[in-house]
Design a protein around this ligand. Structure first.
Ligand code: FAD
Length: 156
């Protein structure tokens, strides 16, 4: 099957956007990801899927921890930055949650400890046990068909 057909089909699944963050020996690393989902309520588990070429793969293998930052509608620049789509690295300031770096202003910050990993094809799924959550109010940044979107606000 054609790769582009597969990509186009998956792109029809509208999603939010996250930046996955972790830290190894004092160095913070972030990566934009929309392959994220909730897995279990008891215990509280989530999963992220990281492609084999991503630097993030080695970082999470080393730290065995990660945070999921669910982006707000005004954080598109951060998504573009952490997807490596702008040349000049921007200066990002991080808050801390449960010892992990998290992005200020994201709608939800969820810290996790890796409890399992599954290599599937060219991606690795990291199952994370949730260790802390911080919520902020706001509207989400969305992604559909390869483009950023925001929710339409309907007057009632
Ligand atoms: P790098 O390419 O080394 O880093 C990514 C970027 O983040 C670089 O520009 C770097 O300068 C910047 N950066 C890293 N740390 C910091 C810091 N501390 N301060 C400031 N900037 C920093 N890939 C997946 O594997 N899974 C997905 O689910 C996924 N979903 C995606 C969804 C969208 C909408 C997009 C646009 C991309 C997605 N990607 C996904 C692709 C992924 O974001 C890119 O391939 C990314 O560049 C891979 O990151 P890396 O770990 O190799 O790190």
């Amino acid at each position: 099957m054609d790769d582009m057909l597969f990509r186009n089909a998956m792109g029809r699944f509208a999603s939010g956007i996250t930046v996955i963050t972790t830290e190894v020996e004092g160095e913070v690393h972030g990566m934009t990801a929309n392959a994220f989902m909730s897995v279990s309520l008891q215990p509280k588990l989530v999963v992220v899927s990281i492609r084999e070429q991503a630097h993030m793969l080695e970082q999470i293998k080393k730290s065995q921890k990660y945070a999921v930052n669910i982006l707000a509608s005004d954080q598109q620049e951060l998504s573009i930055n952490f997807a490596g789509q702008i040349k000049e690295k921007i200066d990002v300031s991080f808050d801390r949650l449960n010892g992990l770096p998290v992005l200020k202003g994201s709608l939800a910050q969820v810290t996790c400890e890796v409890v399992n990993k599954h290599v599937e094809g060219d991606h690795t799924l990291f199952i994370g046990k949730v260790t802390a959550i911080h919520l902020e109010e706001g509207e989400p940044l969305l992604y559909f068909n390869g483009k950023y979107r925001t929710l339409a606000v309907e007057e009632v």
